[in-house]
Design a protein around this ligand. Structure first.
Ligand code: DP6
Length: 349
C-alpha cells in the first residue's frame, strides 16, 4: 500500500479567549475565534512499512529539517491519540510540516500545526476504513483539541466556537463547531493585521499559563464573564454594532493579560510598544469614528481588526503610526479565512 495525505490548516485568533483548562484538555469556558487566511501550516504524512518494533514509529521534518523540540511534542501527541487511532501502531509515519509565517515571529503556531496534523490523521483513519460515525470535522476537531485546545477551532471557515454554551446549539467541550448564526456582512470580511511587536519566543508556555488559572483569585468571575461576553459579542456581530464589538473584543484581550498579571506567580507578556499601539488604536477610533479595534494572543503582538470597507481609512494610520512600533517594521496582512484545504490524498492498495 502507498499512502500520502497533506493538508493546509490555518491559525485562528480568539475573540473570546480560552484561558484555563481541566481534565483532558477541556476548557473552563467557551471561546470564539476567527479563522485566519494568511497564517497556516502545511503538513503531509506518508505511511510506510514499519522498520522497527517500536510501538509508534515516525520521522518529523519541519521546513525540511529535523526539529527535536517539535518532534518530542509530536511523539507525546501520537502516544496520546494512539489508543483511538490503532493504525499508529501498525505503520511508519513520515511527517513533514512548514508554516506560511516565520516561526520566530512570535505567532502561536500550535493551532495551525496541530489542526493540520489532526486533519492528516483523521483522513488516514477514514481511508483505512477504521470508520467512525461522526462528522469528519467534528472528529478531527476532537483529535486536534487533544494536541492543543485552540487547534480544535481551526477547522471551520470564518468563525468557530469551542466549549459547551447554551447560546450555541450543538456546542461541546470536546470539539469545536462552526458558528452557524447569520452575521452582519461587515463581519464576513474582517481584516486582521498582525503587528509584530516582539519576535522572541514566548516566555511562558500556554500550558503553564492555563495552569495559573487553577488557583487564581478571579478565575470564577473570569469564566462566567467569558460566557456572557460570548453571547454579547455574537449579538454585536449579528447586528453590526462595532462599538459593542470593539468593547468586548478589547476587554477580552485585556482580561487575558490581566489574568496573567494577577496570577501567582505573576508575569506579563506585553511589551511597552503593545501598550502604545493599543492606546493609539483607541484614540484613532474615538477621533475618526472608525470601526477599528484590537485583540491580543498570549504575547505582545497586536492583532488589528477592522472591516474591509475601511481599508483606505485605516491603512495610512496603520502604516504611519503603528508599523514603526514593530520589530524591523514587520507586520502580516491577513483577513478572515476559509478554513483548511486538502492538498494531497493518494491511497492505493
Ligand atoms: C491565549 O491552545 O495554545 O491563545 O491547549 O495548552 O495548547 P493548549 O493552549 P493553547 O491556548 C491558547 C490560549 C490563547 C487564547 C485562545 O486561543 O483562545
Amino acid at each position: 500500500m502507498t499512502a500520502k495525505v497533506a493538508w493546509r490548516s490555518p491559525s485562528n485568533i480568539a475573540f473570546i479567549k480560552y484561558w484555563g483548562k481541566h481534565g483532558v484538555q477541556l476548557p473552563k469556558n467557551p471561546s470564539l475565534s476567527m479563522t485566519l487566511s494568511k497564517c497556516f501550516t502545511d503538513t503531509s504524512i506518508v505511511l510506510g512499512e514499519k522498520r522497527t518494533k517500536k510501538n509508534i514509529e515516525f520521522t518529523f521534518k519541519f521546513n525540511s529539517k529535523e526539529n527535536k523540540k517539535f518532534s518530542e511534542r509530536i511523539e507525546e501527541y501520537l502516544n496520546q491519540v494512539s489508543g483511538q487511532l490503532s493504525f499508529l501502531n501498525h505503520y511508519r509515519l513520515e511527517i513533514s510540516s512548514e508554516n506560511s509565517f516565520p516561526h520566530s515571529a512570535g505567532i502561536a503556531s500550535s493551532a495551525s500545526a496541530l489542526s493540520a496534523l489532526a486533519l492528516c490523521l483523521g483522513t488516514i483513519e477514514q481511508r483505512l476504513g477504521t470508520a467512525f460515525k461522526e462528522d469528519f470535522y467534528r472528529r478531527v476537531s476532537e483529535l486536534a483539541r487533544l494536541g492543543s485546545g485552540s487547534a480544535s477551532r481551526s477547522l471551520f471557515a470564518e468563525y468557530s466556537v469551542w466549549g459547551q454554551t447554551e447560546h450555541i446549539y450543538g456546542s461541546s467541550d470536546n470539539f469545536a463547531v462552526d458558528l452557524k448564526v447569520p452575521i452582519h456582512p461587515d463581519f464576513k470580511c474582517l481584516r486582521d493585521i498582525i503587528l509584530l511587536v516582539d519576535s522572541t519566543e514566548k516566555k511562558v508556555s500556554s500550558s503553564v499559563g492555563h495552569g495559573l488559572m487553577n488557583n487564581h483569585p478571579y478565575a470564577l468571575t473570569r469564566f462566567s464573564e467569558a460566557g456572557k461576553n460570548l453571547k454579547e459579542i455574537i449579538a454585536s456581530m449579528r447586528s453590526g454594532d462595532f462599538d459593542k464589538f470593539a468593547f468586548i473584543l478589547e476587554h477580552e484581550a485585556l482580561s487575558l493579560h490581566a489574568m496573567m498579571m494577577t496570577a501567582n506567580p505573576w508575569y506579563t507578556l506585553l511589551s511597552s510598544n503593545s501598550l502604545v499601539i493599543m492606546q493609539k488604536i483607541k484614540e484613532f477610533r474615538e477621533k475618526t469614528k472608525s470601526k477599528i479595534s484590537f485583540t491580543l494572543d498570549a504575547g505582545p503582538n497586536v492583532h488589528v481588526i477592522y472591516p474591509a470597507e475601511e481599508e483606505k481609512k485605516v491603512q495610512t494610520f496603520i502604516e504611519s503610526e503603528l508599523v514603526p512600533l514593530c520589530v524591523d517594521n514587520k507586520y502580516i496582512v491577513g483577513s478572515i479565512g476559509r478554513g483548511p484545504e486538502m492538498l494531497v490524498d493518494e491511497f492505493t492498495r
